[in-house]
Design a protein around this ligand. Structure first.
Ligand SMILES: Cc1cc2nc3c(=O)[nH]c(=O)nc-3n(C[C@H](O)[C@H](O)[C@H](O)COP(=O)(O)O)c2cc1C
Length: 291
């Protein structure tokens, strides 16, 4: 199987909806990540230990570490492979619960992410579960690979212990990864076009940021917003942003990380949201950046 050559480093994350250590779906996921092309890495994020989503618990104790780790693994990945078992004609509770945790907030790591769905099950090869998963992920506008649909029947018959022992399935997995890498490349170029010449507003998404965005749009800029340093770094790694409007409330450590990710982009401290457009104009014209 020849894989698509990618110029940029790409990372895929796999999520298996089974908590079993001897899960066939996790084994299928691992087989999909064997022999990836140069420049492509992959990891499997575990759903073991992710508690049930309970808003009362979150209010009292905050978001658990296991969930923060999962959110960050998904955010840092360029594409996701979901391996979904079928329980009672649908996705497992573990899978749905994980998506409930991942899907929330203005900066969900699932939003617009390229993804593929695979699964191994009984008679229908997880067809129903995969259909339901597609519907659920529609909430966050994921870009899901249409073909090939890797629906494996026969469970253990396809495996030798934990090793995939079916060459037809292996080659379908190769086609799936190749298709997913193409989706990732396409989403990168769309993202680059959308970001070209944009001003990145970093800080809380609040009234000040809204006013700044409006003032920039009035002067003909596109704007992007990042409410977390991880989002800002991800956007800055694409290098298509013209300038950064930085909320003064951004903490020193985050400010330093944004500084080091920004290269030579001008950074404007967002003191007056109404004049930020003029300041960006001046800075871009006369190169008068402030740190
Ligand atoms: C509660 C439950 C419901 C199940 N329902 C289905 C089903 O609707 N369709 C199916 O193909 N297999 C069903 N199975 C069988 C699973 O496909 C099988 O247990 C499979 O090995 C689970 O995936 P895993 O090996 O990745 O854990 C069910 C299993 C359990 C425990």
């Amino acid at each position: 199987m020849r894989f698509l050559d990618t110029m940029t480093q790409t990372h895929l994350v796999g999520i298996s909806g089974s908590l079993r250590s001897a899960s066939y779906n996790t084994a299928l996921l691992r087989a999909a990540f064997e022999g990836l092309p140069g420049g492509v890495t992959a990891s499997v994020a575990s759903l073991k230990g992710i508690p049930l989503y309970d808003l009362d618990d979150i209010t009292e104790h905050g978001t658990p570490d296991s969930v923060n780790e999962l959110r960050s693994a998904v955010r840092q990945a360029d594409g996701i492979v979901f391996a979904t078992p079928e329980y009672n004609w649908s996705v497992t509770g573990a899978m749905k619960n994980a998506i409930d945790w991942l899907s929330g907030g203005p900066d969900s790591p699932l939003d617009f992410k390229p993804a593929a769905i695979i699964g191994v099950g009984g008679g229908s090869g997880t067809a129903r579960s995969q259909g339901h998963l597609r519907d659920i992920l529609g909430h966050n506008s994921l870009c899901i690979l249409a073909d090939p649909q890797v629906m494996v029947r026969g469970l253990g018959r396809r495996f030798d212990g934990f090793e995939l022992a079916d060459e037809d399935v292996r080659s379908e997995l190769g086609l799936m990864v190749n298709g997913l890498l193409q989706l990732v490349e396409r989403s990168r170029s769309t993202e680059r076009i959308e970001m070209e010449g944009s001003v990145l507003i970093v800080g809380a998404i609040d009234e000040v940021a809204d006013k700044a965005a409006r003032s920039l749009v009035e002067r003909g800029y596109r704007t992007l917003q990042a409410s977390s340093v991880i989002d800002a770094e991800r956007i800055l790694s694409k290098r298509a942003v013209a300038a950064i409007a930085l909320d003064p409330a951004v903490e020193a450590a985050d400010r330093a990380r944004i500084n080091s990710a920004s290269g030579d982009l001008p950074i404007i401290t967002l003191t007056d949201p109404m004049t930020v457009g003029v300041t960006v104009d001046d800075t871009l014209r006369y190169g008068n950046a402030t740190g």
